[in-house]
Design a protein around this ligand. Structure first.
Ligand SMILES: *Cc1c(COP(=O)(O)O)cnc(C)c1O
Length: 429
């Protein structure tokens, strides 16, 4: 598809162009395997001499069409789908790290990703240093070691809602000869395209806004095609030296700077670890993508209205939302997210845990859920759910006061949402 088209048009049509008389909608190729006339034909695929499909753990046409759309949206050279956002972040990092490697990561990231990097990848011999997203360039520099292989952060962090200074992080990563990996789940490419600001690899939990309807868990990885692996050959042997499992093929030579990263992650990591997305889920993800540009605008509009309303209420201590002038991330958000960030707002109720419980009980439209970024408004009090094992003192120390509410504004009418919040606030003293 023509690269000059607006992202709005790409959301609807990129990734799949039917030929004459072919299905208008992406066909769901629900087949594990593909047929060949001779074993010679199939052998060429196994040797990566020719591209084609032979087994859906490695590649499937439905998943490839949807991945191609996501690559177009992010402005990347190649992309792949994974079974979840967790798998996407793991594959993106493990594709360039191995036992003995080190990662510099923002400390303000999704809890699951923090566990993945700090606990599970540490068991594989990959260590990490966590840095504040607000760190100065000198502080970021100091976190790097000889064995650092990647830098990681989230455009808008879940749930802290901090905004990453992508240009600064990219500059530091590149000074140390490593790529910047950015999880762009919350803004989606509609509101921010990290590659345009210097990020090298972008990841997504497509479970959130991309799907947008709470229907299918999934993930995606996008390569910018801009990182010169061969220039840092010694750091990335997996991409720049022969792979014994493919008769000594060198990814960066055979597939070039634009294709090496995703090809290796597909034919090596997906082959061996198998965290594949089903064609059925990819089809549903694409239905979500077709309206992503329309939905994001409404999510932002609703969240902005709700955040401004909450800021005026006497029961509320503070409101955290990137679109509020009072946010410490307002200026960064204006730079990286000029059309708005996402639909998630967090705020603290004066009455603490008890007030939060009463408030949630009285909401009628917003449901209590461990989820965000859905068409239906949902909310959560970390103190009584995800973080219920912590005491009020421990919660305070973790920056999650007992009265904190995370509210993910859906696509309902904003006046109805505000009315619902207003009547629930009146039950809180
Ligand atoms: C939810 C989320 C993930 C994990 O994605 P799953 O699809 O649940 O595995 C990773 N990063 C961010 C920012 C998320 O919000």
């Amino acid at each position: 598809m023509n690269e000059d088209y607006s992202i709005n048009t790409k959301c609807v049509q990129a990734g799949y162009t039917p030929g004459n008389g072919e299905p208008r909608q992406i066909p769901i190729i629900q087949s594990t395997t593909f047929k060949y006339d001779t074993s010679e034909d199939m052998g060429k695929l196994f040797d990566l001499e020719e591209s084609g499909y032979f087994y859906s753990r490695l590649a499937n046409p439905t998943c490839d069409s949807v991945a191609a759309k996501i690559a177009a949206l992010e402005g990347g050279s190649a992309a792949m789908l994974t079974s979840s956002g967790q798998a996407a972040n793991f594959f993106a990092l493990f594709n360039i790290c191995e036992a003995g490697s080190h990662i510099v990561a923002s400390s303000s990231i999704y809890g699951g990703t923090f566990n993945l990097i700090a606990i599970t990848m540490a068991k594989m011999g990959i260590e990490a240093t966590f840095v504040s997203p607000d760190a100065t360039e000198d502080e970021l520099d100091a976190a790097f070691k000889d064995n650092t292989r990647a830098m990681f952060g989230e455009t808008i962090a879940n749930p802290a809602l901090t905004v990453l200074d992508i240009e600064k992080f990219a500059r530091v990563a590149h000074k140390h000869g490593v790529p910047l990996v950015v999880d762009n789940t919350f803004p989606t490419p509609v509101n921010c395209r990290p590659i345009e600001w210097g990020a090298d690899i972008v990841t997504h939990s497509t479970t959130k806004y991309m799907d947008g309807h709470g229907a299918a868990v999934g993930g995606a990885i996008i390569d910018s095609g801009k990182f010169n692996w061969m220039e840092h050959k010694d750091k990335f042997p997996g991409l720049c030296t022969p792979d014994a499992s493919y008769h000594g093929l060198i990814y960066a030579e055979k597939f070039g700077q634009e294709g090496a990263f995703i090809t290796k992650a597909t034919v090596q990591l997906m082959r061996d670890l198998g965290c594949v997305q089903s064609p059925q889920s990819a089809f549903m993800l694409n239905l979500g993508l077709e309206s992503l540009h329309v939905r994001m605008q409404r999510h932002v509009e609703n969240a902005q209205a709700v955040a401004e309303f909450l800021e005026q209420q006497p029961q509320v201590v503070y409101v955290s939302y990137t679109g509020l002038k009072s946010s410490r991330y307002y200026n960064l958000a204006q730079k990286y997210l000029p059309n708005g960030g996402c639909g998630v707002v967090s705020f603290e109720l004066k009455g603490g845990r008890k007030a939060a419980e009463t408030f949630l009980k009285h909401l009628k439209l917003a449901a209590v859920e461990t989820h965000v970024a859905d068409a239906r408004t949902c909310c959560l009090n970390p103190a009584t759910s995800t973080h219920r094992q912590l005491t009020d003192e421990q919660l305070e120390a973790a920056g999650i006061p007992a009265g904190l509410i995370r509210l993910s504004c859906g696509l309902e009418d904003k006046d109805d949402l505000i009315k619902d919040i207003q009547q629930a606030l009146l039950t809180v003293d």
